[in-house]
Design a protein around this ligand. Structure first.
Ligand SMILES: [Fe+2]
Length: 125
């Protein structure tokens, strides 16, 4: 654990959202411990539900013009998470499934925060 950490360049300029992003990164960093993957997926579901709704609410208030597309990205992630949790509940979880879950989560999070979330930063004050 510890190779996936929050960096100042991830900041979207809002303390509450930055704090939630830190929490997400911490959760995904826990994937360094193989035995905690099931727990991480479960906690992610609860966590992203709260975070995505907070983020979407703030962007709606701020009049962010690309909110519909942003919401679609959140929805696609939630769908991926539901499918992954189902696959993970199977009695035999292959190393390949574990690896693809881990790789997807890391790249999704960094890309989403660094590109899509950064894009709304100037709309929040
Ligand atoms: Fe987002």
């Amino acid at each position: 654990m510890g190779d996936f950490i929050w960096r100042p360049e991830y900041s979207v300029g809002d303390e509450h959202l930055d704090q939630q992003h830190r929490g997400l990164i911490e959760l995904i960093d826990m994937l360094g411990d193989e035995s905690r993957m099931g727990e991480v997926l479960e906690r992610l579901e609860i966590y992203v539900d709260e975070h995505f709704r907070d983020e979407e609410g703030m962007l709606d208030k701020a009049g962010y013009p690309d909110l519909t597309a942003h919401k679609q990205q959140h929805k696609a992630f939630e769908e991926w998470l539901a499918v992954s949790r189902r696959a993970f509940r199977e009695p035999e979880v292959s190393g390949m499934l574990r690896e693809s879950i881990r790789a997807y989560l890391k790249s999704w999070l960094v890309n989403h925060i660094m590109v899509s979330d950064k894009d709304y930063a100037s709309w929040l004050d």
